[in-house]
Design a protein around this ligand. Structure first.
Ligand SMILES: Cc1cc2nc3c(=O)[nH]c(=O)nc-3n(C[C@H](O)[C@H](O)[C@H](O)COP(=O)(O)OP(=O)(O)OC[C@H]3O[C@@H](n4cnc5c(N)ncnc54)[C@H](O)[C@@H]3O)c2cc1C
Length: 449
């Protein structure tokens, strides 16, 4: 019996690897490059569509804890992330091409995996894992709609522009990590400082600039759902939408200057635009938190108002895309199988997880659990005190009404059982230590892992 996995993205590749490593024959279907999505640019497996950061690597941060758990659980994609990492303070940022190439080589050379570049248009026979992601093809989205009975399966999301390093004015911009975190002496991030007047001019230009009508992106959708509802996901709001929400919302959000003193003045500027290295060659930089849906010509005009970016040339402009997910609390068991068809599993963003590392985690759990389903073993049920266990528990137990994709955060974990008063920092360290101890213990006890 072969396992079908739909989607060679983060979740699908991790699921394929976990099942294949356990001796299951896997047919991994990826529709690119024959059929592209609106955000992917290559036919490569595990392509990162926007930021090149897999989030914090610090053990006392939620995302850092998640990655440490994934390392202990034997994640292929986190291993590839570590192998292709770039300097990024306390974060795990990767060279996106090296990361993809690492995953591609491992998957293509695995004797139990057959990689098939083909679009899947119907819900596959069991056993299967659906990991077709936020940009699931319209035909499959329609089939999923019929299968789940759900009418609205997507909302809107945006990606940030990438700038050529040699077009950044380093006379104005400066290198620094927030509060000097990270190992590098010089600072991994490039910071473009703005004073109050510059900030206000920039904000006004942003607010008055022309945007791309959402319907233009959605013309290919044949699902009959409302493409113009303009529902954004909070974690990835376009910079112009944040700007419109309040006079200072940018300066307290993606343009927060805290911990980034300008070496010329020794003081924090009024606002800062941060750029993070995007590739190993270090000739491309990503505008951190600058997801946008402005017309490309407007991006050029408005972003060049940022001091240091007067002559910026853009490798890629920001864009807005749809983002599909199902109401997992109604539809999935905690092992990530569909209640309607328990040999069919869901993983990745489609299952309602947000963030690269979280999606890798769900792929890992789905890959192991579909294997256990095939073998007649009880599912892997990671302790709810672990970040992976808590995330999976959340998406399968949350309030279904207004359910939105969830990312790793300490708020998902059970409170400490004692009533000791701890500072935030100590609380986070406590959560991390408890999670890793419980995970190690669970892995010693679980049979057939
Ligand atoms: C525009 C945009 C920007 C984002 N930016 C970020 C970010 O900066 N940071 C972050 O953490 N997360 C971001 N996300 C979320 C991000 O997509 C996920 O974190 C991650 O890529 C999801 O992993 P996945 O495996 O579920 O989907 P993907 O990695 O997208 O993989 C799904 C794969 O399935 C394939 N596929 C789709 N339909 C079919 C079909 N019918 N047949 C065969 N193959 C199919 C696709 O081509 C794709 O390769 C963004 C999402 C979008 C849409």
């Amino acid at each position: 019996m072969r396992l079908t996995i739909v989607g060679g993205g983060l979740a699908g590749c991790e699921a394929a690897w976990q099942a294949a490593e356990r001796g299951i024959g896997v047919d991994l279907y990826e529709m690119r490059p024959e059929q592209m999505t609106g955000a992917h640019r290559t036919g490569n497996l595990a392509e990162l569509v926007c930021s090149n950061s897999l989030g914090s690597n610090l053990p006392n941060r939620a995302s850092g804890l998640l990655k440490e758990e994934l390392r202990r659980l034997g994640s292929l994609l986190i291993a590839c992330g570590d192998a292709s990492s770039l300097p990024a303070g306390g974060a795990l940022a990767v060279d996106r091409d090296a990361f993809s190439a690492c995953v591609q080589v491992k998957i293509e050379n695995h004797p139990n995996i057959r990689l098939i570049h083909e679009e899947i248009t119907d819900i596959p026979e069991v056993p299967s894992v659906l990991a077709s992601g936020p940009l699931t093809s319209p035909k499959l989205l329609k089939a999923l709609q019929d299968f789940t009975g759900e009418k609205q399966l997507f909302f809107y999301d945006a990606i940030a522009p990438i700038v050529h390093f040699d077009s950044i004015n380093m006379e104005v911009a400066y290198r620094a990590n927030r509060y000097d975190q990270g190992d590098s002496q010089d600072g991994d991030y490039i910071n473009c400082p703005l004073n109050v007047e510059e900030f206000q001019r920039f904000r006004e230009a942003l607010l008055s600039s022309k945007r791309i009508p959402l319907k233009d992106f959605e013309e290919e959708i044949e699902t009959g759902v409302d493409a113009g509802s303009g529902q954004y996901f909070q974690g990835c709001q376009p910079v112009e939408v944040i700007a419109a929400s309040g006079e200072k919302s940018l300066a307290f959000g993606p343009m927060r200057p805290a911990g980034l003193p300008n070496p010329k003045t020794g003081r924090w500027p009024y606002a800062v635009v941060q750029l993070r290295q995007d590739n190993l060659a270090a000739d491309l930089y990503n505008m951190v938190g600058f997801q946008t849906n402005l017309l490309f010509s407007e991006q050029e005009r408005v972003f060049r108002l940022i001091p240091g970016l007067e002559n910026a040339s853009f490798e890629r402009f920001g864009q807005m895309h749809r983002n599909a997910y199902i109401t997992s609390p109604c539809l999935l068991y905690e092992n990530l199988a569909f209640k309607k068809n328990p040999g069919s599993f869901a993983a990745g963003q489609l299952s309602g997880i947000e963030g690269y590392a979280g999606n890798i985690a769900s792929g890992l759990v789905a890959g192991i659990n579909v294997t256990r389903f095939i073998r007649g073993l009880p599912p892997l049920k990671l302790p709810i005190t672990t970040m992976t266990g808590a995330l999976i528990h959340y998406i399968t137990h949350a309030e279904a009404k207004d359910f939105q994709p969830m990312k790793a955060m300490f708020g998902l974990l059970p409170k400490p059982e004692d009533d000791l008063h701890r500072s935030k920092k100590d609380r986070y360290s406590f959560y991390s230590q408890r999670a890793l101890t419980d995970l190690d213990q669970y892995l010693l006890e679980v049979k057939g892992f």
